[in-house]
Design a protein around this ligand. Structure first.
Ligand SMILES: Cc1cc2nc3c(=O)[nH]c(=O)nc-3n(C[C@H](O)[C@H](O)[C@H](O)COP(=O)(O)O)c2cc1C
Ligand code: SF4
Ligand code: SF4
Length: 246
């Protein structure tokens, strides 16, 4: 059993590939009811696949890991694979603490950075190169998981990075700065793609209906008309989503 969370598709891609390599089934955390999880003992392995956010975990993954029903449903071998633009820092240890276990295996996979709210995402040619490397890494990780390899990424510097950076996530994940331009074609994709169900179309235009969101960037990166902006910086930036590359 693999639980995944994804905004722009990198982690979904990684989870689907690992599901294919290991024969396990992948479930989207955003669509799962923890109360309706399969019974403990039905599965040997439990994997968590998600993007690193500010050297820590997406809010939805944190909440999911805290659920008693999730902790009861863990298999004998628990692992996580974290996708990142540069480094997953100690997000794996944060997950382990929330689950109240030691992880058997942990790995990071560098994939194209999607944080357009702060940076210009890499161009499509570079993104394809990074994805090709990620594919090879995922092949190795899939083999390690099948072999039941035990591996920890524990490292003091990574812990410091996570301790310093991760509090900024909750401070910065407001929705107030999102806006929509005249380029909007009212396709409704932003509403459909939001994992938190924050966006509603009113008179054909998106409205952010909650004060805080995951900041997963699915709405802004996947809008086909590039009509969504965040503050002043994003108008001049490109967009990244694996769905637009593949
Ligand atoms: C809110 C936010 C914070 C991020 N913080 C980090 C970070 O601290 N370190 C890093 O290497 N990448 C960071 N990234 C990049 C993503 O982790 C990376 O692009 C990931 O593969 C995206 O996965 P997804 O396509 O499944 O959503 C961040 C992205 C977002 C949206
Ligand atoms: S995805 Fe873009 S074009 Fe479609 S409704 Fe949302 S803002 Fe408008
Ligand atoms: S509003 Fe946009 S950034 Fe926030 S959770 Fe929804 S899709 Fe992600």
């Amino acid at each position: 059993m693999i639980f995944y969370f994804s905004g722009t598709g990198n982690s979904r891609y990684a989870a689907m590939k690992l599901a294919h390599l290991t024969g396990d089934r992948a479930y989207d955390i955003a669509k799962l009811d923890p109360g309706a999880l399969p019974n403990v003992g039905d599965f040997n392995r439990t994997g968590f696949v998600f993007p690193v956010y500010f050297s820590g975990l997406p809010a939805m993954v944190r909440e999911f890991a805290r659920e008693p029903r999730v902790q009861e449903a863990l298999g004998n071998y628990v692992y996580c694979v974290i996708t990142c633009g540069a480094s997953a820092a100690a997000a794996d240890e944060k997950l382990a603490r929330l689950l109240d276990i030691e992880l058997d295996f942990s790995a990071q996979v560098v994939m194209p950075d999607n944080y357009v709210l702060m940076y210009d995402p890499c161009d499509p040619a570079q993104a394809r190169k990074t994805l090709a490397q990620a594919d090879r890494m995922l092949d190795r990780i899939g083999k390690d998981i099948l072999d039941g390899t035990e591996r920890s990424r524990k490292n003091l510097l990574k812990n410091v990075m996570t301790a310093v950076m991760s509090p900024f996530y909750d401070l910065l994940r407001g929705t107030k700065k999102f806006s929509v331009t005249d380029a909007c074609v009212s396709c409704g994709q932003c509403e459909a793609n939001c994992p938190q169900g924050v966006i509603r179309l009113r008179d054909g235009l998106p409205v952010w209906t909650q004060r805080k969101c995951q900041h997963c960037t699915a709405c802004i990166n996947r809008c086909p008309a590039q009509a969504i902006q965040y503050g002043k910086g994003t108008a001049a930036r490109g967009r990244y989503s694996i769905y637009n590359l593949k």
